[in-house]
Ligand binder design. Structure first.
Ligand SMILES: [Zn+2]
Length: 318
């Protein structure tokens, strides 16, 4: 298990692999997806092609509840790890870290990090495909089960529900995603693989547009889409794609890999569904809650707790 954990940590930390990165996304390459570690050959791998006609429809599932997604982290670090652009954030306390529950997850999950997958053209880039069609960009909000310490502990535990990843598909549009600009503005300073930069923090909610439809999504049991491909992820892929502009996509494509090449097409090919099923879940609109220090980014739609009111009064000295 320790070896698995080390492999995973190295997967997200190129520095400990001598900066070269021992796996890549190049098809046909000796380090490409066909030659990833043996664990990546399991029966429950990700991503998958979602065949909409073969999904199981479910409507008796409670809506998602997003808590403290409006909290501004103490510190945020943007990293080009040679495989993706990743944002990791530290919050004031465990209890003030964004959490997601409901939506049929069965558990509460705390936010760990967000990263992206994209292509060199708008017709490809996403990891999940829908009826064979790819999207220009896919954003993964990685969460670990609330009773665990962090993502590393979730990998070490290795249960099917240790992690929950929320996947958002993006289509190229005339309309930019305003929440992405605050990250993309810093991309010139993380152009080379291995570069990391502390960036001004903003609430996680800013990456999810207010008009986003979070009531329809696909759910299936899968795994990490990078080595060592641990099958420990409850996957959610939201049905409605978000918008991203051509200029924003070009900023993603400006990053470089460990080989000094354009960091593009950093998606794993879709994997066999085997005997798994994909649920097409339809719920009410999600509830947005803030337990501590409601901020201006808040979209409260659940009862504000007494603790929230007290902290709001103290914070703003009302
Ligand atoms: Zn991912």
């Amino acid at each position: 298990m320790k070896q698995l954990l080390l492999l995973f940590l190295c997967g997200i930390c190129p520095a400990c692999r001598g900066g070269g990165g021992s796996w890549n996304y190049k098809s046909g390459d000796e380090h490409g997806p066909d030659h990833w570690p043996v664990e990546c050959g399991g029966e429950g791998q990700s991503p998958i092609n979602i065949i909409t006609e073969e999904t199981t429809k479910e409507t008796d599932v409670e809506a998602f509840e997003f808590s403290d997604y409006d909290q501004v982290p103490l510190r945020s670090v943007l990293i080009n790890n040679g495989h993706s652009a990743k944002l990791s954030s530290e919050y004031l306390s465990k209890s003030m870290t964004p959490r997601v529950s409901g939506g049929g997850l069965g558990q509460s999950y705390r936010f760990g990090q967000v990263h992206f997958h994209w292509g060199d053209a708008a017709s490809l880039g996403s990891e999940h495909t829908v009826d064979g069609a790819a999207f220009a960009l896919e954003m993964h909000l990685v969460h670990f089960r609330d009773d665990l310490e962090d993502i590393g502990a979730a990998v070490a535990e290795g249960k099917q529900d240790s992690l929950a990843v929320l996947g958002f598909l993006f289509q190229e549009s005339e309309t930019a995603h305003p929440g992405l600009d605050q990250l993309l503005a810093h991309f010139p300073r993380i152009q080379s693989a291995g570069e990391r930069l502390e960036v001004p923090s903003s609430a996680l909610a800013s990456l999810i547009p207010e008009q986003a439809d979070l009531s329809s999504f696909w759910r299936y049991e899968g795994g990490l889409t990078t080595p060592t491909c641990n099958e420990i992820v409850e996957w959610t892929v939201f049905k409605q794609p978000l918008n991203v502009s051509a200029a924003q996509l070009d900023q993603f494509r400006s990053l470089l890999t460990h080989y000094g090449e354009a960091l593009v097409n950093n998606f794993r090919p879709t994997q066999p569904l085997n005997d798994r099923r994909v649920r097409m879940v339809q719920t009410d609109s999600p509830r947005w809650c803030s337990v501590f220090f409601p901020s201006s980014a808040l979209r409260i739609s659940c009862p504000v707790t007494l603790l929230g009111v007290v902290s709001f009064v103290i914070f703003y000295q009302i």
